[in-house]
Design a protein. Structure first.
Length: 433
C-alpha cells in the first residue's frame, strides 16, 4: 500500500462481500479517502445527510473493515465537501474482485486438501464435489477460498449466475422478504443460480425459517446439477441445532477441513503478504512473526498490514522492537496472560474431571497426565509463551518436560480424531470466552 487511497481500496474489497449491492453502491463505495491521523480515518462525502447516516448506520462496519486491513482498531470521522468527480478507472472493479484469488492463497499441509477441492470446483462447477463444505476455525482462509472460487468463475465463465452470501445475510434477507410478502422474488433469486457460495453456514442453525428455505434451495440447485459451496466453523456433526435433513445433505458431499498452518506455511504467508505490501522484512523478523502467531492467518496478515501502514504513512521501519510491539498489540487478548492461563487450566480440569492441584502435582496416572499435557499444549497455542515460562505454572516443570507434553498432544491429535475435536473445541470455547 503506497497511500491512504490504496488502503481504502483494500477496505472496499473486504466490505463488498459483507454488504448488499444497494448498500455498497449507494453509501460505501462513493466515500472518498482523505487521510489517516493517528488512529482516526478521515473520509469525505458530499452532504450532511450522508454523513449523518454513515456515522449512524455504517460506523462499525467501516471501522472493522479498516481494522482488517490495517491490523489495528480505528475511529472514523466523516467530513462534508462538494461532490467529487466520479472515479473513472476502468480496471477498478477488477482490482477489487482480485483481492482474494487462488494465486495469492498460501498452500500448506494444513489446507492443501481444501484448496485442491475448491480449485477443482472453480474449474468444473457442478461436475464433482457437490456440495462442498469447507470447515475450520476462524481466520484460516475459508472466506479467501470462497472469494477465489467466485473470482475464477467470473473470469472463466462470465455468463454464469453466481451468488456469494453469508449465512447470516441469507437469513436476514429472507426475513425481510417475508415481512414484505415477497418471498417469490427470494426464491427466484436463489433457486436459479448456477453457483451458490454460502459463507458461515452455521449462522442459520438457530433460525428455523432460514433452515427450511435453505433446505429447499439446496435441493433445487443440487438436483439441477448446480454447484453449492459452503463454509463453516465446524463439521456438520457438531452443528447440534442444525436440522437433520440439512446435516445429512451436507455430509453427502465432500467435507474438507482447514487446520492452523505449520511454521513453514506461516512464514510463507508473512513473506507473501509483505511482498504484496512492498514491505521489506528480514528473515529473522519473518520467523519471529510466524513463531508468535500460530493459529490465525488473519491476525498474521493483520500484523504485516499494520507494519506496512506504519512504514508508508509514518516512515517507521519494521525493526525487531517495532515488530514486537505490533505483535503484542495485534495478538494480545483483552485479559492478562496469567488470567488466560488460569482460564485454560480451569477449562481443562473441568473437561477431564481432575483438580487444579492434580495437574500441578507430580501424579502420573493416565487421566491426570493427559490433562496436564493438554493444558500445556493449549497455553502454548493461545499465548505463545516460552516453554520455560509455561512450566512455572506447573510447579516449575522444566523446558524439556513442557516440550515433550506439547509434542505428545500433537501426536495424539494426529492419530485420534475424537481427541483432536475435544482439544479444538476447548480452544474455540476459550477464545470466545
Amino acid at each position: 500500500m503506497d497511500s491512504f487511497s490504496d488502503v481504502w481500496k483494500e477496505v472496499l474489497a473486504v466490505l463488498q462481500p459483507q454488504l448488499t449491492e444497494v448498500v455498497y453502491n449507494m453509501w460505501i463505495e462513493p466515500l472518498e479517502p482523505v487521510k489517516l491521523e493517528g488512529d482516526t480515518v478521515v473520509m469525505l462525502t458530499n452532504t450532511d445527510f450522508k454523513k449523518k447516516l454513515i456515522l449512524e448506520r455504517f460506523y462499525d462496519v467501516i471501522t472493522k473493515g479498516f481494522e482488517a486491513v490495517l491490523g489495528f482498531p480505528v475511529e472514523l470521522d466523516v467530513i462534508v465537501s462538494q461532490p467529487v468527480p466520479e472515479k473513472k478507472a476502468e480496471n477498478e472493479e477488477a482490482q477489487k474482485q482480485s483481492a482474494f484469488t487462488f494465486d495469492n492463497f498460501i498452500v500448506g499441509s494444513s489446507n492443501k486438501f481444501a484448496y485442491s477441492a475448491c480449485y477443482r470446483v472453480s474449474n468444473a462447477p457442478g461436475a464433482e464435489y457437490n456440495p462442498l463444505l469447507v470447515y475450520g476455525r476462524s481466520g484460516l482462509g475459508k472466506t479467501h477460498l470462497m472469494l477465489a472460487i467466485r473470482e475464477k468463475l467470473h473470469r472463466n465463465f462470465p455468463d454464469m449466475a453466481i451468488i456469494y452470501i453469508t449465512g447470516e445475510d441469507f437469513a436476514n434477507e429472507l426475513y425481510h422478504c417475508i415481512a414484505e410478502k415477497n418471498t417469490d422474488a427470494f426464491h427466484e433469486k436463489y433457486r436459479n443460480v448456477d453457483v451458490l457460495l454460502m459463507d458461515d453456514i452455521q449462522f442459520i442453525q438457530r433460525k428455523q425459517a432460514a433452515q427450511e428455505e435453505f433446505f429447499h434451495t439446496f435441493n433445487t440447485l443440487t438436483q439441477a446439477g448446480k454447484q453449492v459451496v459452503m463454509t463453516s466453523d465446524r463439521p456438520p456433526k457438531e452443528m447440534e441445532i442444525l436440522d437433520d435433513r440439512l446435516r445429512t445433505r451436507f455430509e453427502m458431499g465432500l467435507l474438507a477441513d482447514i487446520q492452523p498452518p505449520d511454521i513453514d506455511t506461516r512464514m510463507a504467508i508473512v513473506k507473501r503478504k509483505a511482498d504484496e505490501c512492498k514491505l521489506i522484512l528480514t528473515p529473522s523478523v519473518i520467523e519471529m512473526m510466524a513463531e508468535h502467531v500460530k493459529s490465525n492467518v488473519r491476525q498474521l496478515e493483520g500484523c504485516v498490514k499494520k507494519l506496512s501502514a506504519m512504514k508508508n504513512l509514518h516512515d517507521i521501519d519494521p525493526t525487531p522492537d517495532v515488530v514486537q510491539g505490533v505483535l503484542t498489540e495485534v495478538v494480545s487478548t483483552a485479559k492478562p496472560v496469567s488470567e488466560v492461563v488460569n482460564m485454560i487450566i480451569d477449562a481443562v480440569v473441568a473437561e477431564y474431571r481432575v483438580t487444579v492441584a492434580d495437574i500441578k502435582s507430580e501424579k502420573r496416572n493416565a487421566n491426570i497426565s493427559l490433562a496436564r499435557q493438554v493444558a500445556m499444549y493449549i497455553i502454548r497455542e493461545m499465548t505463545g509463551m516460552p516453554l520455560q515460562n509455561i512450566g512455572e505454572y506447573f510447579s516449575g516443570k522444566n523446558h524439556a518436560t513442557v516440550s515433550h507434553s506439547v509434542k505428545q498432544v500433537e501426536i495424539k491429535m494426529e492419530k485420534d480424531s475424537s481427541f483432536k475435536l475435544t482439544v479444538r473445541e476447548l480452544i474455540k470455547n476459550l477464545e470466545e470466552a
